[in-house]
Each structure stands twice: as structure tokens, then as C-alpha cells.
Design a protein around this ligand. Structure first.
Ligand code: ATP
Ligand code: MG
Length: 316
């Protein structure tokens, strides 16, 4: 009997040659796991192979995917390795369980001037602090989709903390994306940068604005959500692979369907609601005060706290 060969790539699947593999990759099906979740009809439609052949391919793909498991105890040990970045506010840090966590996505949403970007600036500075001072001793990859990155702000936040602004600024790699393609590609190609610059925090400010501008109308909604979904999964993958924290900002839209309470809903629908590990809702209060509500967290209760936005950055 012929020895079974190990299946690692699409081309290793029975009856999948280079051309078919390319078709699949072009359709976003670039891994065995993805093949494993398709129905035979879907795979046949995308690749052009027969439904019967597709059945066999899916079966082989499913069998070759390693499902990694660990016990709750092992998982807990691994959780203890998770790093946290201080937000600059003790109250906010305790609200979210010690700070913005690595290996996960923290989202803040809220109206304009609610402090989403300012919190990002503060994290971009704080992540550079040593571990025992609320940082992770690493750099930030700052994907700016709105043109609101301000080195002057970083400078004054750093100075106020007694840090060298020049060195802090050199630890922030800013990429200005003006199309969703640029935004997506930045993450697709981030591996090398992350390793070379010891990136410990990825900020996307904002995650959704370009998607919202480019995919207009009901007809485009499906495609928008699909792209957004892939993008955010890529972010989660990078966060896991390199143990880095991800901080994304998101706008809100007025939801006229709600008559009582706060009629604002974050953009991105379910795609984002499920992807973000921790969700924060930021609201303006008096003067420099902002109310932060923890809306969703896997291990902390819902709650609120008040922070301040000052010249020195985020404070209690
Ligand atoms: P948008 O949705 O428009 O992007 P945002 O939530 O990102 O809004 P931020 O840019 O984070 O809003 O917050 C803007 C607010 O931060 C300003 O209205 C101001 O109150 C405060 N702010 C900005 N710079 C300073 C500063 N140097 N000193 C004190 N407060 C500042
Ligand atoms: Mg902003």
C-alpha cells in the first residue's frame, strides 16, 4: 500500500493542482481549515471540481487539520503569561482587569471627541514602558485610517511622564492607510515588521471608517462584512501568534429604533461584536471627563468608570 503523504498545503489535497489551488486562494480559501468548513457544493462552485471529488477533498482536509487541545489547567497557566498595558487610569485599568491585554482585541467605540484616539496615544506610549511599570517593553504599529495621528500629542504625553519623546516616537511605527486595501495589506504583511521592531501593540484607528466609506448601500454590506471579518481575524491571529495587544476604535451610528436609553450602536454589527475580546463604550461627560463603560469582557463584570483627558494624557 502506498504510504499516505502528509497534507500541509492545498496542493497536497487529492486532485488539487496548482491552478485549482490558485483559484481557491483567490477566493480567500487559503488554508486546510477553510476547506474543511466548506460544503461539497461550495467547494465545487469555487474550484470547478466535481461535487464527489469535493467531498473527498473536504474529508482529507478535515482529517489533516490539527485540533490543538489543552486542559483548563494548562490554559490557565498560559493565561498567566498574558501581558497588560496600563491605560494611564487606575480606575480604567481595574475596570478591565489590570489593563489592555495581549492575545486579544480591545475595542473602544463612541461618538467624536469621546477619547478613542487619545486612549490609543496613551497606550502607544505606555506599551514602551517596562513590564513592572505598566508596559510590555515593546513598540506600537499604529494604523491611522483617519489622518488623526499627532506626534505632538505623543510628545507631550511622553514628556509629562518623564520619558524621552524622541525615543518614544521612534517606538511608534505609523502607517497611514487611505483605502481598505492598504489597511488590509498592512496587516497581511505585518509579520516581519512585528518581529523586527518588537511590536507589542497594534492600533487600528479607526477599524471601520474606510470600510464604511467604501462599501456604501445595502448591496455592498455583505462584502463589507466579509472583508471586515477576514481583517479582524487576521488581527486576532497576529495577537495570538506574537502575544501582542490589539486596540481598535470604532464609530457609532444613531439607532432610531431605540426609543429609551442611549440610541447609539457601534458600527460593524455582529462581525465586530463577536471578534472583540473587550469592548469599551466611551461617552463625553463634563469638561475633560469621559465615562467608560465596559460592555463586554470574557472575565470581568460590566461596569463604568470616569477618566480624564488631560495634556498629560489619560488620567483618573
Ligand atoms: P473621533 O470619532 O472624531 O475620532 P475620538 O473619540 O477619537 O473622536 P479623541 O481625538 O480621542 O476623540 O478626543 C478628542 C478630545 O481629546 C478633544 O475634544 C479634547 O477634549 C481632548 N484633547 C485632545 N488633545 C488634548 C490636549 N492636548 N489636552 C487636553 N485634552 C485634549
Ligand atoms: Mg479619533
Amino acid at each position: 500500500m502506498a504510504k499516505e503523504k502528509t497534507v500541509r498545503e492545498l496542493e497536497d489535497l487529492p486532485g488539487i493542482g496548482e491552478a485549482t489551488a490558485m483559484k481557491l486562494r483567490n477566493a480567500g480559501i487559503d488554508s486546510l481549515d477553510k476547506i474543511g468548513t466548506l460544503s461539497p457544493h461550495e467547494l465545487s462552485d469555487i474550484s470547478g471540481i466535481s461535487v464527489d471529488a469535493a467531498k473527498k477533498v473536504i474529508q482529507v482536509a478535515q482529517e489533516s487539520v490539527n485540533i490543538n487541545y489543552e486542559t483548563g489547567e494548562q490554559f490557565y497557566e498560559r493565561r498567566k503569561q498574558i501581558g497588560k498595558i496600563s491605560t494611564g487610569s487606575k480606575d480604567l485599568d481595574s475596570l478591565i482587569g489590570g489593563g489592555v491585554e495581549t492575545n486579544g482585541i480591545t475595542e473602544s467605540y463612541g461618538r467624536f471627541a469621546s477619547g478613542k484616539t487619545q486612549l490609543g496615544f496613551q497606550l502607544a506610549v505606555n506599551v514602551q514602558l517596562p513590564n513592572n511599570e505598566g508596559g510590555l517593553g515593546g513598540a506600537t504599529l499604529f494604523i491611522d485610517t483617519e489622518g488623526t495621528f499627532r506626534p505632538e500629542r505623543i510628545e507631550s504625553i511622553a514628556k509629562s511622564a518623564g520619558l524621552d519623546p524622541k525615543s518614544i516616537l521612534s517606538g511608534i511605527i505609523v502607517i497611514r492607510a487611505i483605502t481598505t486595501e492598504q489597511q488590509i495589506l498592512t496587516l497581511e504583511r505585518a509579520d516581519k515588521l512585528i518581529q523586527e521592531k518588537n511590536v507589542k501593540l497594534i492600533i487600528i484607528d479607526s477599524l471601520t471608517s474606510l470600510f464604511r466609506a467604501e462599501f456604501v448601500g445595502r448591496g455592498a454590506l455583505g462584502e463589507r462584512q466579509q472583508k471586515l471579518n477576514q481583517h479582524i481575524h487576521r488581527l486576532q491571529m497576529l495577537a495570538d501568534k506574537y502575544s501582542i495587544a490589539a486596540y481598535i476604535t470604532n464609530q457609532v451610528m444613531d439607532n432610531p429604533g431605540i426609543l429609551f436609553g442611549d440610541p447609539t450602536t457601534p458600527i460593524g454589527g455582529n462581525v465586530l461584536a463577536h471578534a472583540a475580546t473587550t469592548r469599551l463604550y466611551l461617552r463625553k461627560s463634563k469638561e475633560d471627563k469621559r465615562i467608560v463603560r465596559l460592555v463586554d469582557s470574557p472575565n470581568m463584570p460590566e461596569g463604568e468608570c470616569v477618566i480624564k483627558i488631560t495634556t498629560a494624557g489619560i488620567a483618573d
